[in-house]
Design a binder for this molecule. Structure first.
Ligand code: MSP
Length: 698
């Protein structure tokens, strides 16, 4: 039996952040779980290196596209090693790069097959036509009307709802994939295989998207507009659309279209794959990809599972373009790998969005790991060291000692065994269903129960009475054996901690090779001499660490203090994609005090405020900032603030912003507001004390 599991391949235009790490942690957990069960597993991750996005990033950084990709890949490799996700740490089996020659061959092969293929309705699967539409470079896709934000000024281009950046108008000759002929076949697939798209809520979304009818998909761009890519076979004027090419990596990686790669890995051996993806790219995986495969006559994936997004503490999706990411360097420096893994798996209910803040991570690390699992392990081992001379004691309680053991709160072995076996079964079931959070809750119920047994039995008291020797031994054996079970169970989620617990118990085998369902109570042999006692998860000093993290982070915009309310763009949304220089601590992204001094922030008092006809978002306000005349400012806050209520309010104005015209009115500045939640609700910055108009903020 084999198992093939994939992360998406990550864009090589910018450096990874927590969102990217998360998909790897999830897939790594799945792969370790399968390997533990003795299943030969192939785990793919990698980078998506072609397309306009990478071309642009390369240009900004004065590199060739390949150099850009190499640079980002170098960072990925460094980070995957640092987080124990690479091959040498038992993580991925292939770091797939779409610039690999075998990929090129495999993609060409798939294209050729489609060029000859018919749709389920008997038409040619590929045809040539013209495409005109709004294209988001950051998403690398054309956007339909619901997917973009219309501009305030009809002459301006719309913006991408995800990236808040301007879209490009693109019209050109293009090859099309006749997706519109695949709706019935896809719906049949979703009906026949209920677990094909998971979780169920996402499956329903996909079904209703397909049920609403599908449009043909443009699958090439002219080489003159996108040159960094794989040419269409026999028509090199065209470059294959990056998503078509990227999705194909899942089969080229294991040998589709290239014999050498096939011999090295094995297409027949490993296909079909389980694809783990973020919900933002589900449509590509659950609609387009199955349709391509159907047309080419290739077997469908095992399933496609979509996880939610990490959002920042204000609720916005974490992304480079928004500048609110959690940086991997910082995470790696301040937190044990397994604390990050635990947090990611425990805190995000798989499928739903999760909030990530360093403070939560510190709190969870301290409560669940330092005081929870870590403390259970170190107190157990310390007591075995102290009271049993560093040897695992015997578990047996003679008939005479049974009563006093019971009085001390020591359970029968049968009761513990039944409880543990049940909890283990639940844990495995949850993990197989990708309900990691629930599984970990089960495991922590074991930690709590064992802790309680120790606290009730008070081994330190028992140790004072030689008549209680058996009871003392029994408590410590039960705790140690439970730890052994926990180590095996938790291995897929926390491999390092599992190995340390194992070694601490004096065991030399690898918990990564023990199938948790094979665990039997009593497997820990009496008299085993325990290993070195190390604190598993040292407590993290919150205030001090938060300070240090702040100093180390380049991304200070996690809680944006200000937003350009004219456009609702957060202050971080500069309209430019962040380059990797922005993400490397200490490089290029700090401003110095002189830069800041260029921004003239002044206290103002709102004199008048009114709505503007036909502009539901804009308010026209006049503000006294201590000048001869009040300033006229347009603010995009009309959906959240009644104009009357603003009059008399003190606000903060960017006074030296170049005036600009919106809807025929000149805006002579900008007011500051926080931007809250995914929709960027503005909350105006104000003062608790009385301040004179015109006072400068510095
Ligand atoms: N290159 C495409 C995927 C092609 S797969 C054939 C792509 N790359 S990406 O770098 O933008 O994203 C890769 C993965 O990271 C996606 O699954 C995406 O959902 C995930 N994440 C990016 N930001 C994320 C969060 N803030 N939270 C969770 N996952 C996120 O899309």
């Amino acid at each position: 039996m084999t198992f093939y599991v994939t992360t998406p391949i990550y864009y090589a235009n910018s450096l990874p952040h927590l969102g990217h790490l998360y998909t790897m942690i999830v897939v790594d957990t799945i792969a370790r779980q399968k390997r533990q069960q003795g299943i030969e597993t192939f785990f793919l991750t990698g980078t998506d290196e072609h397309g306009i996005n990478i071309e642009r990033a390369a240009k900004r950084n004065n590199r060739s596209p390949k150099e850009q990709a190499d640079y980002v890949v170098g960072y990925y490799k460094k980070m995957t090693a640092a987080f124990g996700l690479d091959t040498s740490h038992g993580g991925y089996d292939i770091f797939m790069r779409t610039t690999a020659p075998f990929h090129y061959e495999g993609v060409s092969e798939l294209w050729r097959r489609l060029a000859k293929a018919k749709t389920p309705k008997g038409n040619d699967a590929l045809y040539k036509g013209h495409y005109e539409g709004w294209f988001c470079a950051a998403c690398a896709e054309f956007k339909s009307e619901e997917e973009y934000q219309k501009p305030e000024n009809p002459d301006d281009p719309p913006s991408c709802l995800i990236h808040e950046t301007k879209l490009d108008r693109v019209s050109e000759e293009s090859y099309f994939f006749r997706l519109s002929d695949f709706d019935q076949a896809l719906l049949k697939l979703y009906e026949e295989r209920l677990d094909f798209v998971q979780p169920e809520a996402r499956r329903n979304e996909v079904k209703s998207f397909v049920g609403g009818g599908l449009q043909d998909l443009s699958v090439s761009r002219l080489k003159s507009s996108v040159s960094w890519g794989i040419p269409v076979p026999d028509d090199p004027k065209h470059t294959i659309y990056v998503w078509f090419e990227a999705l194909t990596n899942y089969i080229t990686a294991i040998g589709f279209g290239n014999q050498q790669q096939d011999r090295a890995v094995g297409f027949e051996k490993f296909w079909p794959a389980l694809h783990v993806v973020g919900k933002d790219i589900l449509r590509f995986h659950a609609v387009y990809w199955p349709a391509f495969l159907m047309a080419a006559g290739v077997e469908q994936p095992r399933a496609i599972v979509a996880h939610g997004m990490w959002v920042d503490p204000t609720g916005r999706k974490m992304s480079k373009t928004l500048g609110n990411t959690i940086e991997l360097d910082v995470l790696n420096k301040f937190f044990p790998i397994d604390a990050v893994r635990y947090f990611c798996l425990r805190e995000m209910v798989f499928g739903q969005d999760g909030r990530f803040g360093y403070e939560n991570l510190i709190d969870r690390t301290n409560s669940d790991l330092a005081s929870g699992l870590g403390n259970l392990s170190s107190r157990t081992l310390t007591m075995i060291q102290r009271y049993c001379d560093g040897h695992i004691p015997g578990a047996n309680i003679s008939d005479e000692a049974r009563l006093s053991a019971k009085r001390a709160g020591v359970e029968d072995e049968a009761a513990i065994r039944d409880f543990l076996s049940h909890a283990r079964d639940e844990f495995v079931r949850y993990f197989e269903a990708l309900a990691f959070s629930k599984g970990l809750e089960e495991a922590w119920a074991i930690v709590a129960r064992t802790d309680k047994m120790i606290s009730d039995a008070k081994p330190w008291e028992l140790a004072k009475d030689s008549g209680q020797r058996q009871t003392l031994n029994a408590v410590l054996y039960r705790a140690a054996e439970t730890l052994r079970w926990l180590a095996v169970m938790l291995y897929p989620a926390m491999p390092e901690a599992a190995r340390e617990i194992y070694a601490g118990l004096g065991l030399s085998d690898d918990p990564g090779k023990i199938n948790p369902t094979d665990l039997k109570w009593g497997g820990l042999a009496e008299d085993t001499s325990i290993g070195e006692i190390k604190p598993l998860f040292p407590r993290i000093e919150k205030a001090k660490t938060m300070e240090e993290i702040k100093e180390d982070s380049t991304d200070t915009s996690q809680t944006p203090a200000a937003a350009e309310t004219e456009t609702h763009a957060s202050v971080a949304g500069s309209g430019q994609h962040a380059t990797e220089a922005d993400a490397v601590p200490g490089v290029a992204s700090y401003i110095d005090i002189n830069d800041f001094a260029k921004v003239e922030l002044r206290v103002g008092e709102v004199r008048t405020a009114e709505r503007i006809p036909k502009a539901d978002k804009l308010l026209l306000i006049t503000v006294d900032i201590g000048e001869a005349q009040p300033r006229q400012i347009l603010a995009g806050i009309a959906q959240y603030y009644e104009p009357e209520k603003l009059v008399g309010r003190k606000i903060v104005v960017v006074a030296n912003l170049k005036p600009r015209k919106l809807r025929g009115y000149e805006s002579q500045g900008m007011l500051l507001a926080a931007s809250i939640g995914e929709e960027g609700k503005p909350v105006i910055a104000t003062f608790a004390e009385d301040v004179p108009n015109g006072a400068r903020l510095k």
